[in-house]
Design a protein around this ligand. Sequence first.
Ligand code: HC1
Ligand code: SF4
Length: 569
Amino acid sequence: MCKVTIDGMAVEVPEGSTILDAAKLAGVDIPTLCYMAKINEIGSCRACVVEVEGQDGLAAACNTPVFDGMSVRTATPRAISARRQNVKTILAGHRSECTTCKRSGTCALQNLANSLGVADLERDPVFAFEAWDGEFPLQRDATKCIRCMRCVAECAKVQHCSVWEMSGPASYRGVRVADGAHIADAGCALCGQCITHCPTGALTARDDTGNVLAALADPQTITVVQVAPAIRSAWGEGVGLAREQATQGRMVAALRALGFDYVFDTDFGADLTIMEEANEFIEWVKGGKPRPMFTSCCPGWVRFAKLHYPQFAAQLSSSKSPHQMLGATAKALLFEQAAEQGKRIFVVSVMPCVAKKYEAGVPQLSSEAGQDVDAVLTTREFDRMLRMFNVDCAALPEQKFDDPLGTSTGAGTIFGRTGGVMEAALRSAAFFLTGENPDFSTCDTTAATPDKPWVDKTLEIAGMQLRIAIASGLENTSALLDALESGEASYDFVEIMACPGGCVGGGGQPIAFNQELARERAAVLNSLDGADVLRYSHENPDIAALYERLYEHPLSEKAEKLLHTDQLT
Ligand code: HC1
Ligand code: SF4
């Protein structure tokens, strides 16, 4: 242990700790910009410089280790002047268009420059422009990149994709797509984690609010919106609501306030996915197909598997993801009404995810009725639309989803956190096999560690020993896939979510720079599941009614046509 003094306060920290760690323990705030704990501790932005007693130069708090007896001053005039100068230097090469930037308000550079009172900027006259494919769901504006390397580290170390690199001649050195590739060919899973970890507006998701506004304004269009499980845990963050104010009922009212004709729940789609996927899993096991079967509702994971581990692609469940199932079903149910009125149907999904923008456009996920889903908005775009429409969210009444695609179960709700899909699927698979609702929880998903980055369990169901595993985050996923490949591990059913923590931590969620938030958001979903009178997808009365009206039974011919896809193989 080292005894350290921070601004006169004595703290004791383990050897190897940084000044920033010690300051946190002392309750002293030091600003940071490029820093991400354990992932990007490079000290390049120098926003965290402090004075160390007895040393001439200033030290970067984020990566300077403490020593016994060290005394640090974090807010001296010299340190603050240096921080101001360092931020000025960063701003000189940054296209500051704060009035129109999507990250205005959540930009770490803007906040830091403001709090340091930085003024009198000298602009660097040359900006690095690069061509970018405006259709790709991940968008980049190099003129806002501050070379903090957060995206490079996040993509390589947490998401195993290494899409970004620092390259170019000294005079023009910057972050670029690795090996000069087009972004569409760069192995990007579209998880969006580089976006949520970018401190500025250099990385964003494609803005689809214009298409949605056009559909809402068109009297010849029936507009349907559906909202993902994880949105109810986070939508209030971008419109200034406290967690207890941001209820599911208010979220429904907020969507109605935007003018959608029908407000449906992707949780219903999740229940439908469970009906199909649980039965698919039972057939998979009985048919002796190669194990494991992988869940496929996360399009970031599906892209990752196809791009980086194609040998496993044939083992992905053929069940479409919940929002695709719900889109296809809504179009089938509203088809006659639309035809009578001479209108078109436009389905919008509000998702915590960037890869869903890609998934909606995959040609194999369309039918005669067109794309299952016509547009995908992230949580951030949804919140932006609420601000655009000047919706007073705190004053909204509690409202219910529309029928018949609005009633869901707790099993559908927990899809939004890591482990939820597995748990929901096994709640129903066990019922289908035994005729009784099981009373088990699958795995404690918080138990993953750097040494064992996934969690697993063996469950006995109907006399069968089923080995299950759950991973979130693509670096963790690759460790699991490598273990499967080498034979070091073997499972029957595996759930993967591309984003750490699952959809609650999705790349389309509000920007927060707070790793703990995914857990807080997951707790919201768990409490909704716990409080729900319906906790098993097969007990959803509207699911039973839908099979009677449209799909007959799980895995029927009609269900195979609208609810499954072979696009994965
Ligand atoms: Fe998800 Fe899913 S849980 S993928 O994480 O299967 O995005 O929330 O909507 O479709 O239901 C996301 C969340 C979401 C789908 C469901
Ligand atoms: Fe990497 Fe994900 Fe960003 Fe793609 S979206 S570049 S995979 S972090």
